[in-house]
Design a binder for this molecule. Structure first.
Ligand code: NDP
Length: 328
């Protein structure tokens, strides 16, 4: 007889990471369930793009309501839970601080409480963020102190400590991933990498001549989203619950990302890109880079895609997307 498949529950399955993680876990033989705030109202475009919409079981869940979260957990009885649901835009968090912090904190605490209340052995992954660190003078690792510089980061830092507290107080198998930025064609356009790639493609196709961005003198550590969901899955297969920094370890200036994207289209970025004060945040991180040594050592994880391959893959996907929509 075949053993029963392991069951995973992904809160926030409709997003970039939710879709890639669902695909990975299905490939590993899991039964995959996922939540959205409103299953009937969501298009689940990312799950459709990856061709897995009909392979996952979907549930509506309101992250701020314990009853709603606990009911899904009780119904699914998952062996693993991944909490990815959140208002995830740093920029938007300055305009919607309460919604952002509520979405992060309530969701995390309600899942932790549900696991505890129902007495489950479920392993729990929580999506924390490199934003907790603020500026990183040296590459941040698991011992680097937090200095959040946005409402989003404040929420992610608080949820990180909630996970650590439940792990220590109630011995839950609960861990946080401190993930640095990771990109893919599934990223919405409000994120700067997609804004740049799509802006450069529009200029190459003569739909516009200008691309306006905020601060250009930022440095980030950008990785490839499918690599990063693999790290999440590995954390829950590790023999003990621990927190991990997931990063490429490679600092890249935003200006260099822009230059590389425009070069893919044969364009000189300096002729098209402008920086506008109105797009800048009240406080921002100028340098953000991580040290993934612990994940490499204990999880056997490494980033397989770094710059400039990352930007080339994003451009290639954008060209395919445009060709397909032109042929519709
Ligand atoms: P997405 O924004 O693509 O997906 C997040 C999901 O959360 C959405 O699909 C949405 O599902 C749900 N959601 C959105 N707003 C709210 C809200 N106000 N309350 C409750 N749920 C909400 O994020 P990613 O997939 O890129 O990231 C996954 C997680 O990892 C997020 O928590 C993010 O903050 C974190 N993270 C991401 C990084 C990255 O570079 N991508 C880096 C570090 C951390 P629906 O609309 O169906 O309800």
């Amino acid at each position: 007889m075949k053993p029963a498949p392991r069951t995973a529950l992904i809160f926030g399955i409709s997003g970039q990471d939710g879709a890639y993680l669902a695909k990975l876990l299905l490939d590993q033989g899991y039964a995959v369930h996922g939540t959205s705030r409103d299953v009937d109202g969501s298009a689940f475009t990312s799950l459709r793009v990856l061709g897995i919409l009909d392979q996952v079981r979907l549930h509506s869940a309101a992250m701020a309501e314990f009853r709603s979260v606990a009911q899904v957990v009780q119904t699914v009885q998952p062996s693993e839970i991944f909490n990815l649901a959140a208002q995830s835009s740093v920029g938007l968090s300055f305009q919607q601080p309460v919604e952002t912090i509520d979405s992060i904190m309530h969701g995390t605490i309600n899942i932790l409480e549900a696991i505890r209340f129902l007495g489950l052995e479920t392993r729990f992954y929580n999506a924390s963020s490199s934003e907790c660190f603020g500026n990183t003078d040296t590459p941040a690792d698991e011992r680097t102190p937090f200095h959040p510089r946005s409402p989003y980061a404040v929420g992610k830092a608080a949820s990180f400590w909630a996970v650590a507290n439940y792990r220590e107080a109630y011995r839950l198998f609960a861990c946080s991933g401190l993930l640095f930025n990771h990109e893919s064609p599934l990223r919405p356009t409000r994120y700067v990498t997609q804004k740049i790639v799509r802006g450069a493609a529009d200029i190459a196709q003569r739909k516009t001549d200008r691309l306006t961005l905020g601060a250009l003198d930022l440095t980030r550590d950008w990785g490839w989203a499918p690599d990063y969901v693999d790290a999440m899955a590995r954390m829950l297969k590790h023999d003990q619950p621990e927190d991990f920094v997931i990063a490429t370890g490679m600092p890249v200036r935003l200006q260099d990302f822009v230059e590389a994207a425009f070069r893919c289209f044969g364009l000189d970025w300096t002729k098209h890109v402008e920086s506008n004060q109105a797009f800048m945040r009240p406080s921002d991180i100028s340098l953000s880079v991580g040290n993934p040594a612990k994940a490499e050592r204990l999880l056997g994880w490494t980033a397989t895609v770094k710059m400039p391959t990352l930007v080339e893959k994003l451009v290639e996907a954008e060209l395919i997307r445009r060709r397909m929509s032109a042929n519709l």
